[in-house]
Design a protein around this ligand. Structure first.
Ligand SMILES: Cc1cc2nc3c(=O)[nH]c(=O)nc-3n(C[C@H](O)[C@H](O)[C@H](O)COP(=O)(O)O)c2cc1C
Length: 185
C-alpha cells in the first residue's frame, strides 16, 4: 500500500473481531514500530503485548484498582473495568524509557515512542487490521503500571487495541493543516 493511501485511509477502529492474530503478524507490526526516528539511538519505546488470558489478568488489576479507590461503586462498575482489555484480541501497552544520560530528554523519548505508535497503526492498516490508540486514566494507574512492569514515574503513552476489523471504519473528514500553519518566506 502506498504511504499516502495508508495515511489518508487509516481510521481508528474501536470495534474488532475477537479472532486471535498470528504472532508473526503482531511481530511485523512491532518491527514496523521500531523503524521510527529516535534521538541518540536510545530506542526509548517499550511494548507489553497482551493476548488471550494476559488481557484478563490486566482486567483483574484494573478492577481491583478501581475497587480500592471506589469501594462504594456497584459490582457492575468493576465488571466493566475487568472487560476493558478484552475489546480486542491484541492489546499493546507502550511505555517510554526515562533518560539515563543528561543529554537525553524525556520529551524527545516520548516523541520517538509516539512516532513508533503511528508506524504501528499505519502498518496495521496496511495489513488490513483495525486498531485504536487509547490511554484514559488507566495509563496513569499505579497498579496497572506495576503489573505491566513499568516504573511509577515512567509514562505509558498508549494502549493499542488491534484486531481484524468488524466493518470498514467510517472515514471522518479531517480538518486542514491551514489554520495550524504559518509560512515564513
Ligand atoms: C495519546 C492519545 C491518546 C488517546 N486516548 C484515547 C482514549 O483513551 N479514548 C479514545 O476514544 N480515543 C483516544 N485517542 C484518540 C483516538 O486514538 C483517535 O485518534 C481519534 O479518535 C481520532 O480518530 P482517527 O484515529 O480515526 O483519526 C487518543 C489519541 C492519542 C494520540
Amino acid at each position: 500500500m502506498d504511504v499516502f493511501e495508508a495515511i489518508y485511509n487509516r481510521h481508528s477502529q474501536g470495534k474488532v473481531k475477537p479472532d486471535q492474530l498470528p504472532r508473526q503478524l503482531i511481530e511485523k507490526l512491532l518491527d514496523s514500530a521500531v523503524q521510527a526516528p529516535n534521538h541518540y539511538k536510545v530506542r526509548p519505546w517499550r511494548f507489553v503485548v497482551l493476548t488471550g488470558e494476559g488481557r484478563n489478568r490486566l482486567g483483574d488489576v484494573m478492577a481491583a484498582s478501581q475497587q480500592e479507590r471506589h469501594p462504594e461503586f456497584p459490582p457492575e462498575a468493576f465488571d466493566k473495568c475487568r472487560a476493558l482489555p478484552l475489546r480486542a484480541p491484541v492489546f499493546i501497552a507502550v511505555g517510554v524509557d526515562k533518560p539515563s544520560e543528561a543529554k537525553v530528554l524525556e520529551i524527545e523519548n516520548i516523541c520517538a515512542a509516539a512516532a513508533a505508535i503511528q508506524n504501528l497503526l499505519l502498518a496495521a492498516h496496511a495489513t488490513g487490521l483495525g486498531a485504536k490508540w487509547r490511554t484514559s486514566e488507566w495509563a496513569r494507574d499505579a497498579k496497572v503500571k506495576e503489573f505491566l512492569g513499568f516504573e511509577s514515574d515512567q509514562h505509558i503513552i498508549g494502549f493499542i487495541y488491534i484486531g481484524y476489523p468488524e466493518f470498514a471504519a467510517e472515514p471522518a473528514p479531517r480538518p486542514s493543516f491551514e489554520d495550524r500553519t504559518v509560512w515564513v518566506e
